[in-house]
Design a protein around this ligand. Structure first.
Ligand code: SAM
Ligand code: SF4
Length: 453
């Protein structure tokens, strides 16, 4: 059997990196003649690109595998593949026939650095051979693979893989391996090709972009090189680690009009004792200094963060420090998580001693506060105008569109005389904590450039 006309259904869990990896996977399979499908019922191969960052993500995937098992019962010819972080983490457990009753439906297990082997593994599976490829690499960056993208306006480019930071709570260094950077040349060539295809927004992805290195080239240099390809394309990047947020990077963001004035800088906790146990290598004083510099040099910058609540030994006092840091910095947005113990990590050896109900109580306080702050910040924007990249028709209301400001705020606005990919000037008329609503939209020759009026 060859890949000709065979259909792949690929489901993705987790972060933007995984979404970008799924585009790589589709790229690898597409060049072997496989077609992608959104309809699981017509798939010859069902793949699930997984996330292991929190227990909850893995539980959802186990649930899905149970559903794939019944599909396979009806149609035993279907191949099921478990890809990504969970495959890497649970390879031996999943191989045991009866792991939660779902291991038996998995034909192939492929870790994040072995996607090139997928076509062969799928072929072998059709011949009855169960395959596993979970070797981590020190060099693989998939530099030569063209991702298969479905959105024609915004694109992700992975500039690095892996992570060497070993934060004590985090499984990423174990599931995605050592940190490595993709060569600058390939990243710039991909940007040029996206510009030729009419893309209007590119997000550069890495677990810690400030450790990017290609010879003498560091991340600020790469960011400038990518931004210079086409001033009409706006550039985002994520994630930055507070320990390495360099002055050089802040200056490039400030000085380059098409680099978005938006920084995601995960703080994780407002308690220095907890930050030290987390092995984050900075304290709140350092974090606040970095934020101060950013705010001073990039007026109007939007900031977001990640927060973990209920890390081992976290006391009420530690929690209140997180609350007061949030009140002091007033992030535009935050991703907020209950701590989840992950095997292999250093924190796994610590006692997960914050009771479930306390974790729930603390995280709900944190979420409530963040929603209040986000709404207040958004309310202060009523009456202002922003350049919004029109992305498409709003899911909730077909007469309205959605897009994002330079500062990464979602805007819903009336349909009008513009197309997807246009920048439209939108006056904000009302808001809630997550969304701005704007009208009337005016098409603009202007790219966003961070400018608003
Ligand atoms: N590299 C990025 C950084 O250092 O900020 C983040 C990558 S991680 C996949 C995304 C977020 O997930 C982290 O910032 C953290 O807040 C959260 N996270 C990671 N491990 C976690 C755990 N064991 N429990 C709860 N949240 C976790
Ligand atoms: Fe995980 Fe820390 Fe690396 Fe981010 S920097 S991926 S939180 S180990």
């Amino acid at each position: 059997m060859t890949g000709k006309q065979k259909k792949i259904y690929l489901e993705t869990y987790g972060c933007q990196m995984n979404v970008a990896d799924s585009e790589l996977i589709n790229g690898i399979l597409n060049r072997e003649g496989y077609a992608s499908t959104d309809n699981i019922a017509e798939a010859d191969v069902i793949l699930v690109n997984t996330c292991s960052v929190r227990e909850h993500a893995e539980q959802r995937i186990y649930g899905r595998l149970g559903e794939f098992k019944s599909i396979k019962k009806r149609n035993p010819g279907v191949i099921v593949g478990l890809l990504g972080c969970m495959g890497e983490r649970l390879r031996s457990r999943l191989r045991q026939e009866n792991s939660k009753g779902v291991g038996e439906c998995v034909d192939i297990i492929v870790g994040p650095d072995e996607y090139r082997k997928l076509p062969t593994l799928i072929q072998d599976a059709w011949h009855g051979e169960r395959g596993i490829a979970v070797q981590l690499s020190r060099v693989e960056t998939y530099d030569d693979i063209t991702p298969l993208r479905t959105n024609g306006i915004s694109a992700w480019i992975s500039i690095m893989r892996g992570c060497d930071k070993f934060c004590s709570f985090c499984v990423v260094p174990f599931t995605r391996g050592r940190e490595r950077s993709r060569p600058l040349k390939g990243i710039v060539a991909e940007t040029v090709s996206l510009a030729e295809k009419g893309y209007r927004e590119i997000t550069l992805l890495g677990q810690n972009v400030n450790s990017y290195r290609d010879g003498e080239m560091s991340f600020p240099g790469l960011l400038k090189a990518v931004a210079d390809v086409d001033p009409q394309i706006r550039i985002r990047f994520t994630t930055s680690h507070p320990q390495d947020m360099s002055d050089g990077l802040i200056d490039i963001i400030a000085a380059t009009p098409n680099v978005c004035k938006y920084i995601h800088l995960p703080v994780q906790s407002g308690s220095d004792r907890i930050l030290s146990l987390m092995n984050r290598n900075y304290d709140t004083n350092h974090y606040k200094k970095v934020i101060g510099k950013i705010a001073e040099r990039i007026p109007g910058v939007c900031l977001s963060t990640d927060i973990i609540s209920g890390f081992p030994s976290e006391t009420e006092e530690d929690h209140l420090r997180t609350i007061s840091l949030m009140e002091e910095i007033r992030f535009d947005g935050a991703f907020m998580f209950k701590y989840s113990a992950r095997g292999n990590t250093a924190a796994y050896a610590m006692k997960d001693d914050v009771p479930g109900e306390i974790k729930t109580e603390r995280i709900s306080q944190i979420i409530k506060l963040q929603n209040k702050i986000s709404r207040e910040i958004n309310e202060s924007l009523i009456g202002r105008q922003f350049f919004v990249l029109a992305e498409g028709v709003s899911k909730k209301s077909p007469r309205q569109w959605h897009g994002r400001t330079d500062g990464n705020k979602m805007v819903i606005f009336d349909e009008g005389n513009y197309r997807a990919g246009d920048y439209v000037r939108t006056k904000i008329t009302r808001v809630n904590s997550a969304t701005l609503f704007g009208s009337p939209p005016v098409p603009s020759d202007h790219h966003n450039g961070g400018a608003d009026s």
